[in-house]
Design a protein around this ligand. Structure first.
Ligand code: PEP
Length: 250
């Protein structure tokens, strides 16, 4: 049984005080963390304060990025050591805005994924759609080439500690209607890719989220799809009422 995961991506919105106030406003109204995982990815300056404000509420605080290094001479980067010390469990990696605006490529994302897994920070790997035909064990399969590249070197054991987010470019920040059928199709194909590369047993356990124009009106339909284990929400997660409407569905 895969535990549903509702994650908010706040991008570069909200300062530290606004982020902490938000946590205080929602933390006693969250669903049972045994049944649903809820997380927020603020900008890095708010990570520590939000983690402290979240206390024992079960709310997960997520980094929006991290360096591929534990610590060291990497000016301007966010260290895995810093994240670990602050009790941050997750790092979102390879978001489409990082790729588009900061030229992050598959190789860079792959290095971060490997480092995060080794340091015990669970990556939420964002992938947009890039399906290609590939020969695997003598058979032709459709797979997500981008996903395969960023998972390069991730072992059977390590893949179990990875979350994947399917964020088609047509839906992220686009103001378009999210399409539950297409969300399911993308997540299903990703699960197939994992099954092809790893095993069906592993694919069955991995959580795959959908991201792109999710809001209070469509979240239930999207999360009702069998291969969609959760959502990554941008704009609609910034307002307390809208956020609570979405998480309290579950
Ligand atoms: C995102 O940027 O990860 C995202 C899903 O944004 P939105 O919900 O605003 O489309």
């Amino acid at each position: 049984m895969r535990k549903p995961f509702i994650a908010a991506n706040w991008k570069m919105h909200k300062n530290v005080q606004e982020s902490v106030d938000f946590v205080k406003a929602i933390k006693d109204k969250l669903p049972d963390p045994q049944k649903v995982e809820v997380g927020i990815a603020p900008q890095s300056i708010a990570l520590h304060s939000m983690k402290q404000a979240a206390g024992k509420s079960g709310l997960k605080i997520i980094a929006q990025n991290c360096a591929a290094e534990y610590s060291g001479p990497y000016t301007g980067e966010i260290s895995l050591r810093g994240l670990r010390d602050s009790g941050i469990d997750y790092a979102m990696l390879g978001h489409i805005e990082r790729r588009r605006l900061f030229n992050e490529n598959n190789k860079a994302v792959n290095k971060k994924v490997l480092a995060a897994v080794q340091m015990g920070v669970t990556p939420i790997i964002c992938t947009d759609e890039e399906m290609v035909q590939k020969e695997i064990n003598g058979e032709i399969h459709y797979v997500f080439s981008q996903l395969m590249s960023v998972l390069h070197g991730i072992s059977m054991d390590q893949i179990k500690n990875v979350v994947i987010s399917y964020e088609p470019t047509w839906a992220v920040g686009a103001g378009q209607h999210a399409n539950p059928t297409m969300a399911e199709e993308g997540c299903r194909q990703i699960r197939r890719t994992i099954a092809d590369v790893y095993t069906y047993e592993i694919a069955d356990k991995i959580r795959i989220l959908y991201g792109g124009s999710v809001n209070p009106a469509n979240i239930k339909k999207i999360m009702g799809k069998p291969d969609v284990d959760g959502v990554l929400i941008g704009r609609a997660s910034l307002d307390v009422d809208s956020f609570l409407q979405m998480v309290q569905h579950f």
